[in-house]
Write a protein that binds this ligand. Structure first.
Ligand code: HEC
Length: 190
């Protein structure tokens, strides 16, 4: 029980990788509800936002960007999608995402808003099984410590492995020392 609480408070209800996948779950929503006004393919870039060029989209996925990885509640995109329909900032301007689409969008952001394609076949196969790094201590911003192995650092999100399961932790939730640790591990490579 203690351990469960501890993990929950550290990671703010972490989920296993793979509940939402960009290509499978998110891209189709952008395509059907947003591309008409926000895509290079349609030649429409309202307010400079496009959702079909992943390099450009990646630039909007960062703390204080339109999509704050790991923090749907702080992500302006979620606000735009969930404002009442009459609001002039509501997106899309006419109609709305379905409740299910909003849920999967929120999950995807909560999990770190990765644009990476998952390895095919395995539902949670994103984390390569090649080599298991040593378990070491990681400290959150508010001083809690967990023991986990470093897996990867991608787009501001650290993937750690704990009890054989991968967890995504946004860099800004880690102490400065742990952030450095993650950068060092990433630089060391596999
Ligand atoms: C019919 C055209 C249209 C569609 C469809 C549309 N948008 Fe927009 N979007 C706009 C326009 C126009 C603006 C500029 C609004 C403004 O600043 O008044 C905008 C602005 C935005 C912005 C910038 C808001 C800001 O505060 O700077 C984002 C992000 C956005 N849209 C996301 C989306 C998403 C996500 C979808 C799909 C769910 C979507 N839009 C669908 C027309 C559209």
């Amino acid at each position: 029980m203690r351990r469960t609480l501890f993990l929950l408070t550290f990671l703010l209800a972490p989920r296993l990788l793979g509940a939402a996948d960009f290509k499978r779950d998110i891209a189709p929503i952008f395509k059907s509800k947003c591309y008409a006004c926000h895509s290079e393919s349609a030649g429409k870039e309202k307010n400079g936002y496009v959702f079909d060029n992943l390099e450009r989209l990646a630039g909007d996925i960062r703390p204080s960007g339109m999509i704050d990885p790991g923090r749907p509640g702080e992500s302006p995109l979620m606000e735009l999608l969930t404002l009442p329909e009459g609001d002039k900032r509501h997106m899309p301007p006419k109609g709305s995402l379905s409740a299910k689409e909003i849920k999967v969008m929120r999950e995807w952001i909560a999990e770190g808003a990765s644009l990476e394609k998952k390895a095919s076949g395995k539902p949670s196969g994103l984390v390569p099984q090649v080599k298991v790094a040593a378990v070491e201590g990681w400290t959150s911003l508010d001083g809690k410590v967990i023991s986990a192995a470093f897996v990867s650092l991608e787009g501001g999100v650290v993937v750690l492995r704990m009890n054989g399961k991968p967890y995504r932790v946004p860099m800004e939730k880690l102490s400065e020392a742990s952030r450095k640790q993650a950068e060092e591990r990433a630089a060391q490579g596999p």
